[in-house]
Design a protein around this ligand. Structure first.
Ligand code: 9YW
Length: 420
């Protein structure tokens, strides 16, 4: 496949998954709108249809809760093909949504699309309308997910991280009970190879947490303290910090001074606090289990995704060394878990596979930090994977096997982004 063919194919994927005002990640497996998928997929549309790119994020933000949270899934149309659906979440919204969030990448996406926009008037109109909403979401994060004001937010459910079954959560997840979770039928395992998906045991705990938050009436100000699962994920925080920084820059250019100042302050505090997650022996950042007050010494890509934020230069340089070490034990960068570690599982979701969106964000951050030498390798591996195995949800970093769902929106969007 030459590059033109690849772009054509990628655009076809986007168009097949386009539902008019939003995209689904892939037909069948994920039939609704997912939060960070939409923001990243908008980057793909922006190269050939700017109004459609803006609309993708606009639709997402139209379902923001009054408290500021932007939910992780919006169930626009009923579909039996996914579990847990709206009846399980039962958040009481007119257009049903889940009651948890996802990585706050929308602020970054808006700034990037704005910077490259050919239609300047449209970009300015859209950015002006969206920035206050995105800012309200960021403020919600620091208010509800960092009640002690540490500068770092916690996730209360693995699904919030976007890295659902990462080994990072294993020990903390043991503290989530399964009692009281009735029987249910998973749908994901009929669309994708069950060996590539989370286990039934993990699903029971996912559902226990949903039931717990439902019992709190979806009051998002109560969830942090009530959750037995409370983890500070460096990658998740890095995305939020980057989004705050991008919001600050863009707001300043548009004369939205208050948003600019508050966003800048949140980003600076976050960057300073991120330093507490550095783990010298592993040479990368690691998660922190806030429920027990201890670091989680798990070498996952969550700690490398920090490159996306404006971390200090010596840390960015150390992350490059870390990636070079990982390159010795796999054929395609960047594995979502260290292949030499016992928990590594090449084709299993977030326990080993390569995700193009992660590669994209890490590469972008390293280039900004003046560590661009490794970028062609990281980006080149994305293209080799697509050439070898198609537009899969994720790929095995050793064998390149295409895993999860096929014909995947954000994978395609990243290809368009890379090749333009
Ligand atoms: C699920 C849609 C989502 C992504 C997540 C990914 C997966 C959904 O798919 O979660 O049901 O487990 O882990 O990052 O947003 O592509």
């Amino acid at each position: 496949m030459n590059h033109d063919e690849m772009i054509r194919h990628a655009r076809q994927v986007l168009s097949d998954n386009d539902r008019g005002t939003y995209t689904v990640p892939t037909h069948g497996l994920y039939p609704f709108q997912w939060n960070w998928d939409s923001a990243l997929s908008a980057l793909g549309f922006a190269h050939y249809d700017e109004p459609r790119a803006w609309l993708e994020i606009e639709t997402l933000l139209a379902h923001q809760w009054d408290d500021g949270m932007v939910p992780h899934i919006i169930f626009h149309q009923p579909d039996d093909g996914y579990f847990p659906g709206p009846d399980v979440w039962s958040t009481g919204r007119e257009v049903p949504t889940t009651g948890i969030t996802q990585p706050a990448v929308a602020g970054f996406a808006v700034r990037r699309i704005f910077d490259r926009a050919r239609d300047r008037a449209l970009a300015e109109e859209k950015a002006r309308a969206m920035l206050p909403k995105i800012h309200a979401w960021h403020r919600w994060f620091y208010r509800c997910r960092d009640p002690q004001g540490t500068g770092l937010v916690a996730i209360v459910h693995p699904w919030e991280s976007g890295r659902d079954n990462s080994a990072d959560w294993d020990a903390a997840f043991e503290r989530v009970p399964t009692e009281g979770v009735g029987s249910f039928t998973r749908r994901d395992t009929s669309h994708a190879n069950p060996a590539h998906r989370p286990t039934d045991e993990q699903y029971k705990r996912y559902i226990w947490l949903v039931q717990k938050f439902r019992s709190l009436g979806w009051d998002t100000s109560k969830m942090h303290d009530a959750s037995p699962f409370l983890v500070v994920d460096p990658g998740f925080n890095a995305i939020l910090i980057r989004a705050c920084e991008d919001t600050a820059d863009l707001a300043a250019r548009l004369g939205m001074e208050e948003i600019a100042a508050e966003s800048r302050a949140m980003a600076e505090k976050g960057i300073e606090a991120l330093e507490t997650l550095w783990h010298e022996p592993l040479g990368q950042y690691v998660c922190y289990d806030r429920a027990i007050g201890a670091p989680i010494e798990s070498p996952s890509v969550g700690g490398i995704l920090t490159a996306f934020a404006p971390i200090p230069h010596h840390r960015a340089a150390a992350l490059v060394r870390r990636i070079e070490t990982l390159a010795k034990s796999c054929n395609y960068l960047i594995p979502s878990h260290d292949p030499t570690h016992a928990a590594f599982d090449g084709p299993c979701y977030w326990r080993g596979p390569v995700w193009l969106i992660v590669n994209y964000m890490v590469a972008d951050g390293l280039a900004r930090a003046g560590q661009g030498e490794i970028v062609p390798r990281i980006i080149g591996d994305c293209l080799r994977l697509i050439e070898t195995s198609g537009f899969a949800e994720y790929h095995d970093p050793i064998t390149a096997e295409p895993c999860g769902g096929p014909h995947f929106t954000w994978t395609a969007a990243m290809v368009i982004e890379i090749l333009n």
